[in-house]
Design a protein. Structure first.
Length: 237
């Protein structure tokens, strides 16, 4: 058995000293004072004098190593002993080879596949607890925000489609019920009109009356409108 150690850094890799200082201050406030989290880089040390982590590169694996607590790109913060692994050094090396194949550098993503996600995966395979939640909480929060935004956009698109579909049904129904001789003209691009515009058009149409009409001219006009709408919706040949 051997200890598995997590090394944690403040992410001060910007070319701007002002940006780096801001990140350090953010980490002090959100992690040291509040205990929420911060913007951190992490690496795992197990057997020997190397720590292992993950980063972006255009080709090859994104898994790399350096001396423990000596990554020159960041500012060292602290280390945490996560536990002890029962695996021998040969098994650990096998795990690292597998991870090197599974984690190419071009797949690096700040929110969903960063160095902290890699360390989580490495620790899980070593049989020790994963990283404390605060280490990668900002990325998790950002990833969740992206997912919520995407889901919200999808729901809005679905809602708009349902509104338009319902409007079409109502329009076809009302064509046989209106008595006005000059009904309000529906927009020619009805399928692509805004719900607000469609609602106004229907309100004006309904307010004009709802008595049945037997006028053949009106029926012919309604049928022509429906055919025009269907032709507009049909996919191109």
């Amino acid at each position: 058995m051997t200890e598995v150690i997590l090394h944690i850094y403040d992410v001060t890799s910007s070319d701007s000293d002002k940006t780096n200082n801001t990140i350090v201050q953010i980490n002090k406030i959100f992690k040291d004072r509040i205990g929420f989290g911060g913007i951190f880089h992490s690496a795992v040390q197990v057997y020997g004098d190397e720590e292992w982590s993950f980063g972006y590169c255009e080709q090859g694996t994104g898994v790399f190593s350096c001396l423990p607590a000596r990554n020159p790109m960041y500012t060292y913060r602290e280390c945490i002993v996560l536990g002890k692994t029962n695996f021998c050094i040969f098994k650990v090396n096998q795990i690292l080879r597998e991870l090197s194949r599974e984690w190419p550098g071009y797949l690096y993503d700040l929110l969903s596949k960063n160095c902290n996600h890699f360390c989580d995966e490495f620790c899980e395979r070593l049989g020790v607890p994963k990283l404390p939640g605060w280490v990668n909480r900002f990325a998790h929060a950002g990833d969740t925000a992206v997912e919520i935004a995407e889901n919200t956009a999808l729901r809005l698109r679905q809602a708009k489609t349902e509104i338009v579909s319902a409007s079409k049904v109502a329009y076809k129904f009302l064509l046989g019920a209106t008595s006005t001789t000059n009904p309000a003209e529906p927009p020619t691009n009805f399928n692509r009109g805004s719900p607000k515009f469609q609602a106004t058009w229907f309100k004006n149409l309904i307010s004009s009356g709802a008595e049945s009409s037997s006028s053949p001219e009106l029926k012919n006009e309604a049928a022509a409108m429906i055919r025009q709408q269907q032709d507009a919706e049909a996919p191109p040949a």
